[in-house]
Design a binder for this molecule. Structure first.
Ligand SMILES: [Zn+2]
Length: 314
């Protein structure tokens, strides 16, 4: 077959598709879980490990703020009107990996997924009649807002970084898919296995179950549900209480004094401290001073109508 014939034949067969471009596999910062704990202990101020659940070479670490968010969101440790039925939430943070390929998931922020048709064993992402649930739009909106400013507002009330991994890992990403098993104990149901495998199809996502009433937690990594130990951090209570009475810096002292004065004086007002670029801070105190007694017409009108209401006059 001549060259010309070969080319003609090729043309008849059609032009082949170009080979699919392969994405390079995603890589993660190398850091063992022990180094991760050291980083938290050394940078986040007075913190301690409050709870540990499960075993496993993989680790799921809740930073103090995420732990507080979880505690409040699921009313951890008691039965509440909202936690008696299943709740769903999604976690943001970072992935670390050690030399042996073990994953450490750092959870820094949780957002509740607004679900419907809730029961103790299910919660639907769809609307009451199976239609689209607009609550999911808010999830995307809140996530974008968080990711846009997480770098700017990464300092806690005591001046420590909220997330000590931000500079090492870069912006947060989706790292955890969680739901509750109210008073049922923690395990992966058949539904959990199917949905979890789909959510962790290509990333070492943590599939997380929490029983808020029995105070149990279960975490695994990836679509094969590889065992993980859950480590929950908390701020030292002594330190929090002490910080309330004895501010740690002149700025905190000024904020504390101004806030207490506003509360005790009966004036309306706000005290705001904002971090500026380059580490500078800006303290703003706004005060609304009351007018002299008897000079406020709004106030008199209110008193009159209240008197009419209570005496039954019209
Ligand atoms: Zn479940």
């Amino acid at each position: 077959m001549t060259k010309w014939q070969t080319e003609e034949k090729k043309r008849e067969q059609g032009i082949p598709m170009p080979p699919k471009r392969r994405k390079p596999p995603k890589t993660y910062p190398i850091c063992s879980w022990k180094r991760a704990l050291e980083r938290i202990q050394s940078q986040c101020g007075p913190v301690h490990i409050a709870e540990r659940h499960g075993k496993g070479e993989h680790k799921v670490i809740f930073l103090p703020e995420a732990a507080r968010e979880l505690e409040v969101m699921v009313s951890y440790g008691r039965r509440s009107p909202m936690n008696a039925k299943e709740q769903k939430y999604t976690g943001y943070g970072h992935y670390l990996m050690d030399e042996n390929g073990h994953v450490t998931v750092i959870v820094k922020h949780l957002i509740e997924i607004q679900t419907m048709n809730r029961s103790p064993v299910s919660a639907s992402n769809l609307g009451p009649n199976g239609e689209y649930n607009p609550g999911l739009d808010f999830l995307a909106y809140h996530r974008e807002e968080f990711l846009r400013t997480e770098d700017r507002y990464n300092t806690d009330a005591w001046g420590h970084p909220v997330d000590p991994f931000l500079s090492l890992c870069g912006p947060s990403e989706f790292v955890l898919e969680g739901h509750t098993h109210p008073d049922l104990g923690v395990f992966y149901s058949r539904t959990d296995q199917v949905s979890g495998a789909a959510r962790a199809a290509s990333l070492p996502v943590c599939i997380f179950v929490c029983d808020p009433i029995r105070r149990e937690m279960l975490g695994s990594i990836g679509r094969n549900f590889e065992e993980a130990e859950v480590i929950v951090y908390a701020r030292d209570r002594d330190f929090q209480e002490q910080a309330g009475v004895q501010p740690a810096s002149p700025v905190e002292e000024a904020i504390g004094l101004a806030s207490r004065w506003i509360r005790n004086s009966g004036c309306a007002g706000t005290v705001r401290f904002r971090n500026r670029m380059g580490g500078r801070g800006c303290l703003t105190i706004k005060l609304v001073l009351p007018p002299p007694k008897g000079s406020d017409p709004t106030c008199r009108r209110y008193q009159k109508s209240w008197a009419q209401h209570t005496t039954g006059d019209s």
